[in-house]
Design a protein around this ligand. Structure first.
Ligand SMILES: Nc1ncnc2c1ncn2[C@@H]1O[C@H](COP(=O)(O)OP(=O)(O)OP(=O)(O)O)[C@@H](O)[C@H]1O
Ligand SMILES: [Mg+2]
Length: 212
């Protein structure tokens, strides 16, 4: 069983969205996947899973709320992959979850306002021997500026961290899909489906332990 977590120091960067995108990909690949929702204030993954069920979208994706890692460890034996979504601030739980995870995704925007706190957290996590090289940044909700994207890659590279080669592009349609209980490549819009496919394949590969 693998654990892939989405953590961050900032709210609204796409943690819950990408957690659902990865869960959908894993389910479509026939893996038994659980969404572990540690954001008890928002429960985005729990709500989405219920919406999905209500709208009859297959395959079902199970989501459970967790307050602590102890509870998670006790209940996950029957899954191939647990995708963990966390709160929009880095606390002790972030470190604990990261230490337990096989890969730790840090979604971030391309602006320095987003990159700075993300890299601060990445450095903090990387200091722990149990997290170290498991940290992978994900450029998320990326706009159309090539220059901003290129600059973000340079900044991340100079900081010495891995980043996904595909990005999660900013598109309003993805929000509408989430509201319907869909995610990523399940979009009704063929353009959105295509742009989701590459990043979800990359997320899935890393989550299942295939090195880049
Ligand atoms: N690619 C995208 N294009 C446009 N909007 C997006 C995209 N991905 C996510 N969003 C929207 O951005 C908002 C924040 O995304 P999300 O909830 O995934 O972030 P988060 O990091 O989990 O936030 P929080 O820290 O509050 O939990 C949501 O309204 C979501 O629908
Ligand atoms: Mg969230």
């Amino acid at each position: 069983m693998k654990i892939a977590s989405f953590v961050g120091q900032k709210g609204g960067v796409g943690k819950s969205t990408l957690a659902r995108v990865l869960a959908v990909k894993a389910a479509h690949e026939g893996r038994r996947v659980l969404l572990g929702d540690f954001d008890l204030e928002q429960l985005s993954c729990i709500e989405w899973s219920a919406t999905r069920l209500r709208n009859g979208i297959e395959p079902d994706i199970e989501a459970r709320a967790f307050k602590s890692l102890k509870k998670l460890r006790k209940t996950v034996e029957n899954f191939d992959l647990v995708v963990v979504d966390t709160r929009g601030l880095a606390d002790e739980l972030t470190t604990d979850v990261s230490q337990e995870s096989d890969v730790v995704f840090l979604p971030t925007g391309t602006s320095m306002d987003d990159l700075r706190p993300t890299l601060t957290l990445a450095r903090r996590l990387a200091k722990s021997s149990k997290v170290g090289s498991k940290v992978v940044l994900v450029l998320s909700k990326v706009g159309r500026s090539e220059r901003l994207l290129e600059n973000a890659r340079i900044v991340i590279d100079e900081a010495g961290f891995d980043v996904l080669s595909h990005v999660w592009p900013e598109r309003d349609g993805f929000q509408a899909d989430l509201d319907m209980g869909r995610a990523g490549s399940e979009s009704h819009n063929p353009h959105l489906r295509e742009s989701a496919k590459s990043i979800e394949a990359e997320l899935f590969k890393l989550a299942m332990g295939v090195k880049k």
